[in-house]
Design a binder for this molecule. Structure first.
Ligand code: LR7
Ligand code: MN
Length: 577
């Protein structure tokens, strides 16, 4: 009887029962899911962010996408540095060794965090036309991690006017990281739809070919390359597109802000530099030459730079290929930035920095991928640079081989296609580039009275840097002469009477010791006079370089000049005047 009564009541309330069961099921499900995510590891953090997005019901669609408000009070907001608890720091050393940045800190930061607007005030009041060329943003990656890659994507989606962003193309250069496979495909399809495309490289391309591959598949008017650990800042896109609209042969670089690899802090960068290069074909920064500053009408106007750092650039897509894209036979990493810099200038285009466009980049002290290409015995930068020197630098390639003697008879592959570009576009010579684009560049055997090794014949000791890194102040020392073979012994007496290497000049710090400093920061009132086989006299002290009592590795000294004293006689390898 009782049973009958109960079953009747249950039957009468059956709809309510279904609802109750349904709710109970959901509570259990969410409880379980939350617990799964309660211990903080990099993957669970990522999952949590994925869930945040679901909760916010974001459907990104080409016309209407919106990205949630930055997460107030969350770690890393407004570009702040992120601290980790002792628990979260576990295993960090191993991560830093593998990834070369703090992945745990990155995973704590929202994928669409806010960052400080680092632009000059003037940039904020520029009115950009609505009608600008459209952009394809190409992000290449090899073994990059989920949170920095997606933060790069979100920063682009978040801070680009919708009507100007044609697409984001992710080029996966055969990453070995599982989460960047199917899971990334699913995530992108679900959240970004057709706006973000993923291309999987058929073989390991290396970053240079990966950029070509991405660009060949792009459909926007303009291609913009980004590394996969960047954050595009407010208003980054419009100034690039406007400049390309004005000049289709301008290749543009945003200003590169710093994201700390240790704690994810976003910091602005100064605008006081342009790109230069060392004759060893490494990139360097130099202070903006006065001639460039003088020509700039407003400090927020784009300004020319002799070279660019590398990765982050915008170009008219068709022009990019007309002027030769990147060299498809360069491997893995390096050299392509100087190659495109020389090429664009020599072939009638220009390379410009755009102060109002800012993009942050995580600078890592190493690479989370294998750097040995198949050719050139693993020295990918060396071989890539040979290719660029052989095609673009004419006789000036001698300075590269001065640094890299061992490469002189090495194979650098076939460069006929690259030389054909030079011919087809009727490009200028490298001398033209040096004279017109980079007149500040010191030419080691032209802007000089004498050059080569600097020998004291009696002792056969030569002045030598001992291979010290010349970025800081280093001692000028002596070492047995190497008969012109060692780049460490290369010195010049410049036309301005500096005792100078490529970018460092000899000066005295206290009365009689001699050091090499960056010439730009050296005391330019310190000069040297010398005649063949005679002494080298320092001014204004009127003391002479003297090897008396010195042996290998010791710092050269200045002593009172004495006529015909053998330890004060010097001979350069070559004299011009
Ligand atoms: O085989 C590879 N395949 C790739 O797709 C090797 C790398 N990559 C990807 C990689 O995942 C990353 O997204 O290529 C991108 C660049 O590699 P990074 O970030 O390891 O190198 P980097 O930051 O030292 O690279 C700088 O120099 C390179 C020289 O070839 C390229 O020009 C990079 O684009 C360049 N990066 C920048 O210029 C960022 C700003 C630096 C400054 C100032
Ligand atoms: Mn990088």
């Amino acid at each position: 009887m009782l049973f009958r009564h109960l079953s009747w009541r249950l039957y009468r309330n059956r709809h309510r029962l279904v609802v109750i069961l349904f709710i109970t099921f959901f509570i259990i499900f969410f409880y379980y899911d939350n617990n799964k995510n309660s211990s903080i590891t990099s993957t669970t953090l990522v999952k949590r962010q994925v869930r945040n997005i679901n909760e916010n019901k974001i459907r990104i669609n080409r016309e209407t996408y919106t990205i949630p408000e930055p997460c107030h009070g969350c770690p890393g907001e407004n570009g702040a540095s992120v601290s980790l608890s002792a628990e979260e720091s576990k295993g960090l050393d191993a991560i830093m060794k593998k990834e070369f940045f703090n992945l745990h800190a990155s995973d704590k930061v929202s994928l669409w965090r806010s960052i400080p607007d680092t632009r000059d005030q003037l940039c904020k009041s520029v009115d950009y036309p609505h009608d600008l060329p459209s952009a394809s943003v190409i992000i290449i990656f090899k073994n990059e991690r989920w949170s920095p890659v997606l933060r790069t994507v979100y920063s682009v989606l978040n801070r680009s006017p919708k009507h100007l962003l044609k697409e984001v193309i992710l080029v996966d250069d055969q990453s070995d990281i599982e989460e960047m496979g199917q899971r990334l495909d699913d995530y992108c399809e679900e959240h970004f739809g057709e706006l973000v495309r993923i291309l999987r490289a058929p073989t390991r391309l290396g970053l240079i070919k990966a950029k070509n591959y991405g660009a060949r598949n792009a459909t926007g008017d303009v291609v913009i390359f980004l590394d996969a650990h960047c954050e595009a800042n407010v208003g980054w896109l419009e100034p690039l597109l406007l400049r390309i609209k004005q000049k289709r042969s301008a290749i543009l670089c945003p200003m590169i802000d710093m994201i700390s690899e240790r704690d994810m802090q976003y910091g602005g960068t100064g605008t006081g530099s342009v790109g230069g290069f060392w004759w060893s074909l490494h990139f360097n920064w130099i202070p903006i030459p006065k001639r460039i500053l003088d020509a700039q009408k407003s400090k927020i106007d784009p300004y020319p730079s002799p070279t660019m750092a590398g990765g982050l650039l915008a170009a008219d897509r068709k022009y990019f290929f007309e002027v030769g894209g990147y060299d498809d036979d360069m491997e893995v990493w390096g050299g392509e930035n100087l190659e495109i810099s020389f090429r664009v200038w020599m072939c009638g285009g220009s390379l410009e920095f755009v102060p109002c466009s800012r993009v942050g980049h995580i600078f890592r002290p190493g690479h989370p991928y294998n750097m040995t290409g198949l050719k050139g015995k693993g020295d990918v930068h060396g071989r890539n640079s040979m290719r660029l020197a052989e095609v673009w630098m004419d006789d000036y390639k001698r300075f590269y081989y001065m640094h890299r003697r061992e490469l002189r008879d090495k194979d650098f592959g076939d460069v006929e296609d690259r030389r054909a570009i030079r011919k087809r576009l009727n490009c200028h010579s490298f001398k033209w580039y040096l004279d017109n684009v980079y007149p500040e560049k010191f030419i080691l055997d032209e802007n000089v009275h004498a050059y080569g090794e600097l020998r004291n014949p009696t002792s056969s000791l030569c002045l030598d840097t001992l291979g010290e890194n010349e970025k800081g102040s280093i001692n000028l020392a002596v070492f047995s002469c190497q008969n012109g073979v060692s780049a460490n012994q290369y010195l010049t007496l410049s036309k301005t009477n500096q005792l100078r290497r490529e970018d460092t000049c000899a000066v005295t710090m206290n009365s009689n010791s001699v050091v090499l400093n960056m010439c730009a920061y050296s005391d330019q009132t310190q000069t040297w006079t010398h005649e063949k086989n005679g002494p080298i006299i320092h001014h204004p002290s009127n003391l002479c370089l003297d090897v008396e009592g010195l042996s290998n590795n010791e710092q050269i000294k200045l002593k009172k000049c004495e006529a015909n004293k053998p330890s004060q006689q010097w001979l350069f390898e070559h004299y011009l005047t």
